[in-house]
Design a protein around this ligand. Structure first.
Ligand code: ADP
Length: 244
């Protein structure tokens, strides 16, 4: 009896531990932007009257920090919603050709500014998958944003869409810094970054790929990664054309 109840309790205990770890990470991630926000406000309150130029530059910094916090909270809420299957909205046919064409266009300016060549290759025939458009948009936008983020000037990012037997395959390929195989599992965990400081400086929340994974799961798709340090990365998403 003891042994059996121990066995039954194990997943509950594991999920409890996981929950605790997650709460600790979330609190840590929220604490540093909040601390710097408070420090800026306190410094502003100590300024002598008539320090208009300082006030306006400090207000910009407050705005930046508040936006980052608000993005972090929005991402956490989205992840929580994605995990509550019952709360998920209905899936409707989405045209991946349009979605990827729009997204690529949206990133062109950033690509131009950062000196990265961005290109998409789409088939002539339209490919539709059942999904929630805003979520699919977010999924590929996160992958594309990372590809741009981790590819230095002079590199290239290529997005391809192909029809498969019973689904669609989208690959986001970059010639950037790459990810060592030992990190392939961990980068999908919430808040995990390969090189904590470097990635934090680039402004990411460390939730991007956790959201990608949750959206792929919600659409009954598959996600794979082919990458190594210095060799660029390929994130491939396969989505079924019909929901099983
Ligand atoms: P972040 O907000 O830090 O980008 P993500 O969850 O999107 O968080 O990614 C987790 C980590 O995986 C990143 O911090 C980065 O180290 C690594 N990573 C993700 N995409 C790429 C890529 N295309 N090339 C190299 N490293 C990447």
């Amino acid at each position: 009896g003891w042994w059996l109840s121990g066995l039954a309790m194990r997943p509950i205990y594991q999920s409890y531990q996981w929950q605790q770890q997650f709460t600790a990470n979330a609190a840590h991630e929220l604490r540093s932007p909040l601390a710097s926000l408070l420090a800026t406000v306190e410094a502003m309150l100590r300024l002598p009257p008539g320090s208009q130029p300082e006030v306006s530059s400090m207000l910009h910094s407050v705005e930046r920090q508040a936006r980052r916090l608000s993005q972090l909270v929005a991402d956490l809420l989205l992840l929580t919603r994605l995990e509550q299957e019952s709360a998920a909205g209905p899936l409707r046919p989405c045209c991946l050709n349009d979605l990827i064409a729009d997204l690529t266009e949206e990133f062109l300016e950033l690509a131009y500014a950062s000196g990265v060549h961005l290109e998409s290759r789409l088939p002539d025939a339209e490919i539709h998958v059942p999904g929630q458009e805003s979520q699919l948009y977010r999924l590929f936008s996160n992958l594309l944003a990372n590809a741009m983020q981790y590819t230095p000037a002079g590199g290239a990012v290529l997005v391809t869409l192909e029809g498969r037997d019973r689904g669609a395959m989208v690959a986001v390929r970059d010639t950037g810094i790459g990810i060592p195989p030992a990190e392939h599992e961990r980068i999908f965990q919430r808040f995990y970054r390969v090189d904590g400081d470097r990635s934090r400086r680039t402004g990411g929340t460390g939730l991007g790929l956790a959201i990608v994974r949750a959206i792929v799961q919600r659409h009954r798709g598959q996600l794979s990664l082919d990458s190594d340090s210095g060799k660029g990365s390929v994130f491939t998403v396969s989505l079924p054309c019909t929901q099983r």
